[in-house]
Design a protein around this ligand. Sequence first.
Ligand SMILES: N[C@@H](CCC(=O)N[C@@H](CS)C(=O)NCC(=O)O)C(=O)O
Length: 367
Amino acid sequence: MSKRVFYILGLLLILGALLAACGGQNSSNAQPVKTVVVTVEAKGNAASGQGATLKAVKDRGYLVCGVNAQLPGFGYVDKEGNYKGFDVDYCHAVAAAIFGDPSKVEFRPLTAKERFTALQTGEIDVLIRNTTWTLTRDTELGTNFAPTTFYDGQGIMVRKDSGIKKLEDLDGAKICVATGTTTELNLADQMSARGIKYTPVVFETADQVFGAYEEGRCDAVTSDKSALVSRRVTLKNPANHIILDATLSKEPLGPLVRQGDDQWFDIIKWVVFATFTGEEMGINSKNVDKIKAETKDPNVRKFLGLEGEMGQKLGLSDDWAYNIIKYVGNYAEIYDRNLGPNTPFNLPRGLNASWKDGGLLYAPPIR
Ligand SMILES: N[C@@H](CCC(=O)N[C@@H](CS)C(=O)NCC(=O)O)C(=O)O
């Protein structure tokens, strides 16, 4: 267990003892509330405590962002050796908000199994790697989830000629799955709920999982539907594989930070909201300069840093959101660039549409 988790458990125990001693909130002999100061030691690059992460990032001169390196469209390394993808662009957006320069990022490739430890120990400042928000991860890992950037669900891919059409057809099947994922747990739950017997064939990385499936060592492969669509293009004959209609779970994917630095948590949350807001307001990387020069709309002026000092409230400069939109784009641009009709994935927006178009993306007001 990491030192951080240890300290957090310690804090909970002390708070629990205090509450017990005070007999709860309404007790007549309640004691004055004591402040418990817990020192959290973080190793590696990062710092901890209120405001410490932003300071560490600024002093270092770049953000350290934990990403996937094996998921085309989301987090991968292109032929020139550059990290690309939807999640990777969110790392660039954080860098743009802090430095006014999207390139000030160092990427750390992480497997599903490694990712939480890398965040807990301070090896990375933020994890943006197709990670599902769950209650257990929110409460037991010392991490906080920023708003969901991609609403997903778990799916199953099979060979077209296998005759498998629905979950029940997988009785007795071997199913390839990555360890340390919600995928592994959901599969077990869903199959046991339906009384379907199967053999999980477990690997650590996506390359191993999909490599084994391609070699025919499994009858099916399961992952987030986005990951299936992503990895299908890496198979020899993508058209020979189909994704079943069944959705086994909800997989809200988004960035996460360490607990203990609310300023940093706020920054990551509002970077995500800024990308939603840009789309809501019809402001994108192409028209942002013109709009900034001409607008009289107070909401747009606050968003673009012309009034209201919104950035300073986050510890950033007031053009933080302008820089995100200018250098990385609004949500629609980020989505289309990585997953849209001009990419091999051509993923419909679905739940990932703005609330204005009937989707789930909704940003609180910037005011
Ligand atoms: N969203 C799920 C699954 C995430 C996940 O890591 N999926 C696998 C799909 S095979 C993956 O991306 N593996 C890549 C790797 O670990 O290198 C979670 O948060 O647990």
